[in-house]
Design a protein around this ligand. Structure first.
Ligand SMILES: NC(=O)c1ccc[n+]([C@@H]2O[C@H](COP(=O)([O-])OP(=O)(O)OC[C@H]3O[C@@H](n4cnc5c(N)ncnc54)[C@H](O)[C@@H]3O)[C@@H](O)[C@H]2O)c1
Ligand SMILES: [Zn+2]
Length: 345
């Protein structure tokens, strides 16, 4: 990943944890691991063995991305005697890597960190790009910092214990990457379905690498989120509204994004940009992702859009001019929005 003043590697493979020492560029005296509670003990032990003496702090669930947990993590790092030149590792899903990255961004005014993602979502999306943060009761990801990791190490062997519904919900982001930038990725997802679901190592490596590469390219082009990074929000304008209405407790993010992408496909069709509804439907349904079921009143959805600061200068939607060709569209007529929404309600 190219970032201002340097770059960092994203490793994707099987059995990488055992090689963590070689893959982590550090001369830190101390390594502090913030790890997902639901990882097998043996995985954590394996990482500890690979790194030498390391302490581990366990977290789990979206509640971990909170100010009280950030404080506990800071104080744990202080108790461990972590210094400027030391290293924090986030070992888990997006919740863990977001919290660990945030703790690393803020503790001692910033220490190095490494992301070791263990969910499909974290491997193709959350661990790449340097966005770290926590939630507030007032909203998700409201406090955070840009703090790129020194390396991302995605060991697909960790996905064997990931429940199928968590696995597929993360693939919604991979499907998104296919739609916005890499039509061939959609073919790989479709043809690799059975092997992916049975966690076939080589297929996982290929598909995850290809999906992660889209995020790597976009972040490299726009490290501080001024322009093209907006394309990663494909499907997210509706998804965020649904999630906000449901207080982030209704359904998984990936399932909301799936409906959001269907909405975007219907909206593009409404606006005469082409009918790619069937392609969306096929890609999503293959992995049991929803193609409708937003459920809420359109006015409630539009209300959350109007309250969101990002949309001060009018609503903007990422829509596809073609597969792999996203565009930001403004001034969308209300009638088209309503019609597209009806199709996914
Ligand atoms: N920083 C970013 O750019 C970015 C981008 C997208 C999402 N996110 C954030 O990521 C978070 C969601 O990440 P997520 O979907 O990975 O959720 P998560 O970290 O909560 O993990 C999902 C579930 O899987 C379990 N789990 C994780 N790894 C496992 C494994 N290997 N085996 C068995 N169980 C395992 C967890 O206990 C949890 O129940 C959200 O907080 C979101 O805001 C951040
Ligand atoms: Zn997302």
């Amino acid at each position: 990943v190219d970032v201002p003043g340097g770059s960092y590697p994203v490793w994707i493979g099987a059995g990488l944890l055992e090689r963590a020492r070689d893959l982590i560029p550090t001369d830190a005296e101390r390594v502090a691991v913030i790890a997902e509670e639901h990882l097998e003990g043996e995985r954590i032990e394996g990482l500890r063995r690979a790194l030498g003496s390391t302490s581990v702090f366990r977290v789990t669930g979206e509640v971990s991305k909170s100010p009280p947990m950030a404080e506990r993590a800071w104080r744990w790092l202080a108790t461990e005697g972590l210094h400027r030149g030391d290293l924090v590792i986030g070992f888990g899903g997006g919740v863990t890597t977001d919290l660990a990255g945030f703790a690393a961004a803020t503790y001692n005014r910033g220490v190095d960190w490494v992301a070791i993602p263990t969910t499909t979502l974290a491997m193709v999306d959350a661990s790449i790009g340097g966005k770290t943060g926590i939630d507030l009761p007032e909203g998700k990801n409201l406090v955070g910092a840009f703090h790129h990791p020194r390396a991302v190490i995605a060991d697909v062997s960790t996905l064997t214990t990931l429940p199928d519904d968590v696995f597929t919900t993360g693939l919604a982001e991979a499907i998104k990457h296919g739609f916005i930038a890499d039509p061939g990725l959609l073919d790989d997802l479709a043809s690799g379905h059975d092997r992916l679901m049975s966690r076939h190592s080589d297929t996982l490596i290929e598909v995850i690498a290809r999906a992660a590469a889209v995020k790597v390219a976009v972040v490299g082009e726009d490290p501080t989120e001024q322009g093209v990074r907006a394309h990663l929000n494909y499907g997210h304008t509706l998804a965020h509204a649904i999630e906000a209405i449901e207080g982030y407790e209704g359904r998984t993010h990936g399932r909301a994004v799936a409906i959001g992408m269907m909405f975007a496909a219907h909206l593009a069709d409404q606006l005469g940009m082409g009918d790619r509804v069937l392609q969306h439907r096929t890609a999503l349904e293959a992995f049991g992702l929803p193609i409708a079921g937003a459920r809420h009143d359109f006015d409630a959805i539009a209300g959350t859009w109007q309250r969101d600061k990002k949309y001060e200068r009018g609503m903007r939607f990422v829509l596809l001019e073609d597969i792999g060709k996203p565009a930001v569209v403004r001034d969308v007529p209300d009638a088209a929005l309503r019609k597209a929404y009806e199709a996914v309600a």
